[in-house]
Design a protein around this ligand. Structure first.
Ligand SMILES: [Zn+2]
Length: 150
């Protein structure tokens, strides 16, 4: 059985097929977060820089995947933190790593839970002071607020 189709039909069928076929899903852009990838690189570079100055022996001699390198260096640095922040320059590099970490938390919409401080609140005198990941301090009792300095 053969029915003649009007001129142009096959093309429309192909176009229709590309719109409705399963492989159409490949055309949907993957929600790749370039900012996140760039920041991941920045995190690795910041930790590598700190480690290269403070604990050069911790850097692996052979190339390692960035995630593994980050993990290895973080473990090495945290193993002996006082040794890793002997100089003011080390402290500045450590601060850069801390900033990279808190920014990563923000990018991932993940916030570190605030930490309780042992000092009483200077306003209400209750032990209700909390320090947030960004360094800001607030009182859970009277809602006093002190922004982080520096
Ligand atoms: Zn208070």
């Amino acid at each position: 059985m053969h029915t003649e189709l009007p001129h142009g039909t096959p093309r429309r069928r192909i176009e229709s097929a590309t719109r409705h076929a399963p492989w159409r899903s490949r055309d949907i852009p993957v929600p790749l977060r370039i900012s996140l990838l760039a920041h991941a690189d920045h995190c690795v570079a910041a930790v590598r820089c700190w480690s290269a100055h403070a604990l050069p022996g911790a850097l692996p001699p052979e190339p390692v995947r960035p995630g593994r390198l980050l993990q290895q260096l973080c473990l090495a640095l945290s193993d002996d933190l006082p040794a890793a922040v002997r100089t003011a320059a080390d402290a500045a590099r450590a601060r850069k790593v801390w900033r990279a970490y808190t920014h990563a938390c923000q990018l991932l919409d993940r916030e570190e839970p605030p930490r309780r401080l042992p000092q009483p609140c200077p306003v209400c005198d209750l032990k209700a002071l909390m320090r947030r990941a960004d360094g800001d301090i607030f009182c859970r009792s009277c809602n006093s607020y002190w922004p982080a300095t520096g």
